[in-house]
Write a protein that binds this ligand. Structure first.
Ligand code: FEO
Ligand code: CA
Ligand code: CA
Ligand code: CA
Length: 586
């Protein structure tokens, strides 16, 4: 009997309709969504709490003490075991340079690059709910000695098989063990020993490639004109024509101790280098850790890491090198509903010197190429993974892939029954009694879609409320599944806003999916995390008001902006509570 057996996975809220006019942010009757942490809000470092300037004129140094932009994956770490007082760790995935500077990109300067780098990375904020109230009223605690910003300039240690590797050595770091910063941090995870795992996703687009990218660079999608950020114009290390190995120092999962603001983050290279989306973990039968990781890119892969050693009691101090030793696997889904985790181990199978892998360091640096050789299954943009805490079943969102079935590209297969895949789906694994198993069974949990769509390929098999492009995913402590969307485009015509939905994933006859939250215009809904008592759900609303334009050029007004009309739109964390203080979703 689990502690939630009295309420189980039951849902009772009134699902939201997406027809007709809607307020900017909508939650069911009886619930409140309180904005607690917006881009530019001070993180709370004692004595250093610069206020947000609505015209975006905060300096880089101020930005480095404030919430970054584009909040994404998140985790809650209780303080003294509390469900009403803890640390929120969250990613700031990327920046909208049009909003970040008073005049957008109309000029491009070293100060703007510095501010952009300071708006990336991670926040650690202390949060608490006001006492004496039935429904927790959350706020950021300021000042806090635990408040911290980690940016694209923060020193980090490299650990695991690629530490010190010749492919990681640079002029600034001849030893190949110290990297400055993290960026592209998308989804995330929390380890059983209380650390935060932040995942470097679209790192490749921050580099200026050479005129003719080499085969390795091409495998990661580098191409002329593919640099989104122009950091290299003022930060030379991002120019691969001069510093080719800087590229290998990103694309990792980074472990952060949220309880020690002075602790150096560690890039855990044993978990492989990828366009890492997230890192959901749980214990194996013998007490080791298994971590499931999607790589969000078309026709890329899903990975699992299993540690060599068991997790020991005693928090991080007892598990400092746990993520440096273990086996990395890549998934192969077979048409008969079974599959294999294929080990990415140097010297095994084709992962040999003759095939270009000098050692295990090179295998993890070139995870994609190693996975190609093993014949892993090419997936439709695997985003978040989540593990059911009650039965150990594992889920992954495959957000969409409009290129599946195009000439020269993979077509439909058992794990991807639609080509093109406009709406995405969620896939489920069963590993028997042990997450360490190399064999698994799998099935298609739900094909996302909209039964009203004129396009047959976009209709899916959803019972309940329509949705498309699943991305963020959480199975909460009582076993309720929360699905976030990040969609738009063909197939999503009747779904003008992104949303958060809930279901019982174990229901006989398939899940009945209910819409719980509708986000502001232009935003994606992401980062869901439940407080341990299931009475607060934290969610991030990323890039509200996003358009294809430069938002802040002279003359642009922000009339309908969220969260405050008249002020440029700001990504923000909301704390959702039930007005009677009850369990979320029940
Ligand atoms: Fe940053 Fe895959 O979403
Ligand atoms: Ca995002
Ligand atoms: Ca995502
Ligand atoms: Ca996405």
């Amino acid at each position: 009997r689990h502690p939630w057996s009295a309420v189980g996975r039951r849902l009772g809220f009134t699902p939201l309709s997406m027809a007709g006019p809607m307020p900017a942010l909508l939650v069911p009757p009886g619930y409140t969504a309180r904005v607690i942490y917006r881009w530019g809000d001070p993180v709370g470092v004692p004595g250093r709490m610069p206020a947000f300037k609505a015209d975006a004129s905060n300096s880089a140094a101020e930005q480095a003490l404030q919430a970054g932009m584009h909040h994404d994956g998140m985790a809650y770490f209780p303080l003294a075991g509390s469900a009403r007082h803890g640390l929120l760790a969250m990613n700031h995935e990327y920046t909208d340079e049009g909003l970040l500077h008073p005049d957008g990109r109309s000029t491009w300067t070293a100060a703007k690059v510095a501010k952009s780098m300071a708006a990336h990375g991670v926040s650690i904020v202390e949060v608490a709910a006001a006492t004496g109230r039935q429904a927790p009223a959350w706020a950021v605690v300021r000042p806090s000695r635990l408040a911290r910003r980690i940016t694209a300039s923060t020193p980090m240690q490299v650990a695991g098989p690629a530490a010190g590797h010749r492919l990681l050595r640079t002029a600034a770091d001849p030893a190949g063990t110290r990297v400055l910063g993290t960026f592209g941090n998308c989804a995330s995870g929390a380890t059983p020993w209380g650390t935060y795992l932040t995942c470097e996703e679209n790192f490749q687009f921050y580099f200026e490639p050479p005129e003719q990218p080499d085969a390795d660079q091409q495998r990661w999608g580098l191409k002329k004109g593919g640099n989104w950020m122009r950091w290299h114009e003022h930060e030379e290390r991002f120019d691969l024509r001069r510093h080719p190995n800087e590229f290998h120092r990103f694309g990792w999962v980074v472990e952060i101790d949220p309880a020690d603001p002075d602790a150096m983050p560690v890039k855990r290279t044993a978990l492989g280098r990828a366009v890492h989306e997230g890192a959901a973990s749980a214990l194996t039968r013998d007490g080791r850790v298994a971590i499931f990781m999607g790589e969000d890119a078309r026709f890329e892969y899903i990975y699992k890491f299993v540690s060599r050693d068991a997790v020991r009691p005693g928090g991080l101090a007892a598990n400092r090198e746990l993520l440096d030793h273990g086996t990395l696997y890549v998934a192969r889904f077979d048409a008969d509903g079974t599959g294999r985790w294929l080990p990415l181990v140097h010297g095994q199978g084709p992962l040999t010197v003759a095939n270009g892998f000098a050692d295990q360091g090179e295998v993890v640096i070139k995870t994609r190429q190693a996975s190609d050789l093993l014949g892993a299954t090419k997936m439709d943009r695997p985003e978040w993974t989540s593990i059911d805490p009650l039965n150990g079943e594992v889920y992954v969102t495959l957000t969409n892939n409009s290129a599946r079935g195009q000439a020269g590209l993979p077509g439909a297969d058992a794990a991807h029954p639609r080509a093109p895949n406009l709406m995405g789906h969620i896939l489920r694994w069963r590993h028997g009694a042990d997450l360490a198993a190399e064999r698994f069974d799998w099935d298609l949990f739900v094909l996302a879609g909209d039964a009203q769509s004129p396009q047959p390929l976009a209709r899916g098999n959803v019972q309940g409320d329509a949705f498309g492009s699943p991305d963020g995913l959480l199975i909460d402590p009582r076993g309720v599944m929360w699905i976030c969307t990040d969609g738009g485009g063909p197939g999503h015509e009747q779904l003008p806003r992104n949303q958060l939905l809930a279901c019982d994933p174990t229901l006989e006859g398939g899940p009945r999916i209910r819409r719980f939250l509708i986000g502001p215009n232009g935003c994606e809904v992401t980062g869901p995390v439940m407080a341990p008592d299931c009475r607060t759900l934290f969610v991030n609303l990323q890039h509200p008001g996003e358009t294809d334009d430069e938002h802040s050029l002279p003359g642009v007004t922000f009339g309908g902006a969220w969260p405050e009309p008249g002020v440029r739109p700001r990504s923000a964390t909301v704390a959702i509570t039930k007005d009677d203080g009850g369990i979320i979703g029940l």
